[in-house]
Design a protein around this ligand. Structure first.
Ligand code: PLP
Ligand code: COI
Length: 355
């Protein structure tokens, strides 16, 4: 199928759930819009792109996604501007990463144009679902999974691509108390930490549950071999401001290359801020918080946006950050990003796809 022939069959819902939704109270991931998109991969090609009412899908219990985890996803957001225009932030970047995940999990790529057109068409159908309230957005969840009803351990020959939409409020409602994780590992070298594989998130649940039981909001993941180097924070990249420099772990096969991370690095460089992408040791961070040279620690991600850390705990010792509300870097960067996403400034980089 070529990109110009993408025809999407649209079947509209007969009734809308819009009036039943409390748009002032939208926890992440619980509310879905009226429609979803599905497409099928079979006989070596993507076909049957369809927008239909959100609902259950019938599947064989033998599909390989359920048994061997051939499944991955993306996350991006649509924003409503003050003049009611709607944009999606950097979908081309998610399309690129979608295909990196596909390649690593032995799944078929989806041409960038098909990925973007699918999202644009679905957001357009459900444009009334993009919230207007400050800091509220329409979360977009594209995903792909294997559908061969076959229990042999082999790549599937058939797949589904789907997109869901859900209006959402902020993912975090407060600053975070974070533990540096030195027992469990999110991703190891040679593995697939750089892919948005469903299995990466399954593996993070037990450590996150244990951390929550100990009173932590999030984990900072460290490297699998030594636990001496910082990698990511929960389902977000992690960034530090030390002596006025923006420092973040260099991406490698254990780290997801975040769109938010890349955007922040670009905007910081544009603003003349010194940026370092490199290995970052736990000892460097705790020392810098201890001696007051580390002014900011934050997670950066689509769902998390910029999620500031107020307290860091490593090997039982607590390190307290300066008041996050007074952090110049994180608060300025959040505003700079939001101004672009919500169309309050000219989109000089062409990051917004207008719907
Ligand atoms: N790292 C992980 C493990 C994530 O799940 C996410 C969320 O998508 C990110 C980083 C941040 O990536 P992005 O900024 O593209 O959302
Ligand atoms: C996102 O930020 O889009 C994510 O994928 C995080 C999600 C796992 C909550």
């Amino acid at each position: 199928m070529t990109t110009d022939t993408l025809a999407i069959k649209v079947t509209k819902a007969t009734t809308s759930k819009l009036s039943t939704v409390d748009f002032d109270n939208l926890p992440f991931g619980k509310t879905f819009s009226d429609h979803m998109l599905t497409a099928t991969y079979a006989d070596g090609e993507w076909k049957d792109f369809e927008i239909l009412p959100f609902g259950e899908i019938g599947l064989s219990p033998a599909i390989s996604a359920l048994h061997y985890g051939q499944a991955f996803f993306e996350g991006l957001k649509a924003y409503k501007h003050d003049d009611s225009k709607i944009s999606v932030f950097r979908p081309d970047q998610n399309a690129k990463r979608f295909n990196k995940s596909a390649e690593r999990l032995c799944m078929p790529e989806l041409p960038t144009e098909l990925f973007i057109q699918s999202i644009a068409a679905l957001v357009d159908v459900d444009r009334a679902w993009v919230p207007s309230k400050k800091d509220y957005t329409l979360y977009i969840r594209p995903f792909m999974f294997a559908t061969d009803p076959y229990l042999g351990v082999a790549p599937s020959t058939t797949y589904k691509f789907m997109v869901l939409l859900g209006p959402t409020g902020p993912y975090f409602s407060k600053n975070l108390r974070v533990k540096i994780e030195t027992e469990y590992t999110r991703a190891a070298e040679g593995g697939f930490g750089y892919a948005k594989a469903a299995g990466n998130y399954a593996g993070s649940l037990l450590p996150a549950k244990k951390a929550a039981e100990q009173g932590f909001d999030q984990l900072i993941w460290t490297d699998a071999k030594t636990h001496e180097y910082v990698e990511e924070m929960g389902a977000a990249n992690v960034m530090f401001v030390i002596n006025g420099k923006l420092i973040t772990p260099l991406t490698r096969d254990t780290i997801l290359n975040g769109v938010t991370r890349g955007s922040i690095l670009q905007l910081a460089k544009d603003a003349g801020i010194e940026v370092e992408e490199r290995r970052v040791s736990v000892s460097e961070i705790v020392t810098a918080v201890d001696n007051g040279t580390c002014t900011d620690i934050f997670g950066a991600g689509t769902a998390a946006t910029i999620a500031q850390v107020s307290e860091l705990v490593h090997e039982g010792k607590t390190y307290t950050l300066p008041n996050p509300a007074e952090s110049v870097f994180a608060n300025t960067m959040r505003k700079t990003l939001d101004d672009i996403k919500y169309g309050r400034v000219e989109d000089v980089k062409g990051w917004n796809l207008m719907i």
